[in-house]
Design a protein around this ligand. Structure first.
Ligand SMILES: [Cu+2]
Length: 591
């Protein structure tokens, strides 16, 4: 599989390929619209209201640069870019360059690093040098504008040789679109628990569970859920979305062309406001080559789950003259995003039926802070006998928390990965457990444990301190918090320049939260010793713990938040301050 990373490809070939692929990608993504050719070092982008049409239904949106998604920006590592953003909205706006290592004031988050929102009628000039390569994206960091269409892809080609061989290059921007005004959505969420949760378990579900697990077990499960005031189908808190690929609905069917035998690089970006997706291309295995813009040791997978803000680059190589469906199911299975890879325009492949929505189990709540008596829970009947709640230490890192249903992947070093076997959806019964996608038998779902950085980690110091970040909230009132505090009330996190720290996330809620730190990459502690994958967003599943390491080498006061837009808007955010280096700072942290 390493043939994909070829050290022998010449720089000229790589440039030629990248150039040709880039042109093809841009043209097919935005036909008839202004497209940005390779290496646009200076550009103007207007932010303005726009009517868009999704699957023949018209609705309001906000466009950057005239389109939804915004134009794909294709740059080259090392160059300086200048972007003039003009606000033609009647309200303030901003653009944040998600995943870019950047001077704080250019990061584009209002209220942080001295940056202020762009007022109506004003133009703000961003200017920064590109210090990295890979797949990233940009989006509004103001209000709820991101939900209305303010997002687009960024591709930064490496300054040196492109280590990956491919013939075509497409961005696949996934998003969730609502006809409603996002402010109405937020108001509804705050006014009524579960307003959008169409997927509540029904009596029929109960009897099905009773049949499988026995009446008492089913009842006990229900009672415990009741006690916890949580809904076992809290996989998504907003439903009624249309799910888009590159701005196209399932009927509009965005299509990327290929010739059989070609290698296609797909740059998946989760630019949705609220949706996790399970992504697969039936009959076409993927080789994952990058996560959050950073190369990983290539790993094969049939599907992957990604949270809001995350990106995955994959290579696929369709060898036959037929179409393939790119299928992206949101966790609540309330719809799907769909696109097509085809040898000729107009071809399409079968759309697989939606797999059942998983139901959350008590196994998703294995954290001691909840005060549950896990030892007496009997999940044997539901196929979770191997969970061993008792064995999961809460004081220590729980790598098992990160399995995305890829059990049997041979991660023997981490006992936690021997979590439940995938529950195949053969009998129509829903899979049990947040991390279960309903992966087909014999297929492999990517897990965080599979990610191994392509390059060795730069900093091998042990962390000098641990920062505990509890993910907390009161679902009934739609208040989401960090360490029990809303953004305005919380204390900032403060670290010294150059300090090495561990951030330990403990999710005390029943929802997964994609946690995003601006300005720096974190190293995900997934069991790798010196090749921990670099991430800008890390999913923390319900009731689980996840930890990351950080070298705090970018001074500033950075946003640190859950990337679910309505969670951030309702308070799940704090300020992460990396103090400016002083004259005597060695850059190696506190003594
Ligand atoms: Cu962000």
């Amino acid at each position: 599989m390493n043939s994909i990373i070829s050290p022998r490809i010449s720089r000229r070939d790589a440039l030629k390929l990248a150039g040709a692929a880039g042109l093809a990608g841009t043209v097919s993504l935005y036909p008839g619209r202004r497209s940005f050719a390779s290496a646009d070092k200076e550009l103007q982008l207007a932010v303005e209201a726009k009517r868009i049409v999704v699957d023949s239904v018209e609705s309001n949106a906000i466009a950057i640069g005239g389109s939804v998604p915004a134009p794909t920006l294709r740059w080259r590592e090392g160059e300086e870019v200048v972007i003039q953003v003009t606000n033609r909205l009647p309200e303030p706006t901003s653009i944040h360059w998600h995943g870019l290592l950047i001077q704080g004031v250019m990061d584009g988050a209002p209220g942080f690093n001295g940056y202020e929102a762009i007022r109506p009628g004003e133009t703000y000039t961003y200017r920064f040098q590109l210090r990295q390569a890979g797949t990233y994206w940009y989006h509004s960091h103001s209000g709820l504008q991101e939900q209305q269409g303010m997002y687009g892809a960024i591709i930064i080609e490496p300054a040196g040789r492109e280590p990956v061989r491919y013939d075509r290059d497409y961005v696949v921007v996934l998003s969730d679109h609502t006809q409603e005004n996002p402010r109405t959505v937020l108001r509804n969420l705050k006014s009524q628990e579960g307003y959008y949760n169409y997927g509540k378990r029904t009596l029929i579900d109960f009897f099905r569970q009773a049949e499988r697990d026995g009446f008492n077990a089913a009842l006990k499960d229900r009672l415990e859920w009741g006690d916890m005031r949580m809904d076992p189908t809290d996989l998504a808190d907003v439903t009624g979305y249309a799910f888009l690929v590159n701005g196209r609905g399932p009927q509009d069917n965005w299509t990327g062309l290929f010739e059989p035998g070609e290698r296609i690089r797909l740059r998946f970006i989760n630019a949705s406001a609220m949706s996790f997706f399970d992504v697969r291309i039936p009959d076409l295995p993927m080789t994952v080559i990058a996560a959050d813009g950073q190369f990983v040791v290539p790993v094969q997978a049939h599907e992957f789950r990604f949270g809001v803000g995350e990106t995955y680059d994959v290579i696929v190589r369709p060898r036959v003259d037929r179409a393939f469906t790119i299928m992206a199911e949101p966790l609540d299975r309330s719809g799907y995003a769909r696109a097509t890879l085809a040898p000729r325009p107009g071809m399409e492949a079968e759309i697989p039926p939606l797999r059942p929505r998983a139901i959350l189990a008590m196994s998703d709540m294995n954290h001691g802070a909840m005060g549950m008596d896990h030892g007496t829970m009997d999940h044997g009947a539901s196929g979770h006998g191997a969970m061993g709640h008792g064995a999961m230490g809460h004081g220590t890192m729980n790598h098992g928390a990160m399995g995305h249903g890829s059990s049997g992947g041979g991660h023997g070093a981490h006992a936690g990965h021997a979590m439940a076997a995938p529950v195949p959806a053969t009998d129509g019964a829903p899979p049990v457990g947040w991390d279960q996608a309903g992966t087909l038998p014999g297929e492999k779902a990517l897990s965080y444990a599979d990610l191994k950085a392509f390059a060795r980690n730069a900093d091998d110091r042990e962390p000098g301190q641990e920062i505990l970040v509890r993910l907390t909230g009161i679902m009934e009132r739609y208040i989401w918090t960090l360490n029990g505090r809303k953004f305005e009330q919380g204390e900032p996190v403060r670290v010294a320049y150059g300090e090495r720290v561990r951030i330990r996330y403990v999710n005390e809620t029943m929802m997964a939260h994609p946690m995003h730190l601006h300005g720096m990459f974190v190293e995900l502690e997934n069991g790798e010793t010196d090749r921990r994958p670099l991430k800008h967003v890390v999913i923390v599943p319900p009731g689980k713990e996840v930890s990351v390491l950080l070298t705090a080498d970018e001074p500033g006061d950075w946003p640190f938040h859950c990337h679910l837009m309505y969670h951030m808007a309702s308070g799940m955010m704090t300020r992460f301050i990396v103090e400016r280096p002083t004259a005597d700072a060695s850059g190696k942290g506190r003594a």
